[in-house]
Design a protein around this ligand. Structure first.
Ligand code: ZN
Ligand code: ZN
Length: 148
């Protein structure tokens, strides 16, 4: 929250009760939070909060590196907290049957990323690797993208 306060001050914005509630709720929820679910959760404490304010606040969190925008192709804008425990980026397995999202970290992908960057004289700022398919549960139930 201190990092957030500083970032808000640096942007010449005032700290507001709504913005604080949005940030706190987001970090408490954890995981890959759809913005619409965040709006719902925040409105339980701040009934007057607008969708636009939630989007603006999440963009601010992303700008200062506290949150990472995620898009898993289901038409829902999501954000994920930028965790310190992830020194390296992590990637995602997305089930097209039930929407379950699993995370993985791969040293091979890290190494490949470094190699490609070197070869192309490129500096990587962020990466999104998403594998889409059916999770073990959906496969066992014979459920897939067709059934969704
Ligand atoms: Zn599934
Ligand atoms: Zn994740």
């Amino acid at each position: 929250m201190e990092v957030l306060s500083e970032a808000i001050a640096a942007k010449g914005l005032r700290r507001s009760r709504q913005r604080d509630a949005i940030a706190r709720t987001f970090f408490v929820m954890g995981g890959h939070v759809p913005v619409e679910a965040l709006v719902e959760a925040v409105r339980r404490q701040e009934p007057g909060v607008s969708v636009a304010t939630v989007y603006r606040t999440m963009k601010l969190l992303a700008d200062v590196g506290l949150a990472v925008p995620r898009d898993f192709g289901d038409g829902r804008a999501r954000y994920e907290a930028a965790h310190r425990r992830h020194a390296h980026s992590h990637d995602h397995l997305v089930c097209t049957g039930c929407g379950r999202i699993a995370e993985f970290e791969s040293h091979q992908i890290e190494a490949l990323q470094r190699r490609l960057a070197r070869r192309h004289g490129f500096e990587v700022e962020r990466r999104h690797v998403e594998l889409y398919g059916r999770c073990a549960g959906c496969r066992a139930a014979g459920k897939g993208a067709d059934a969704a």
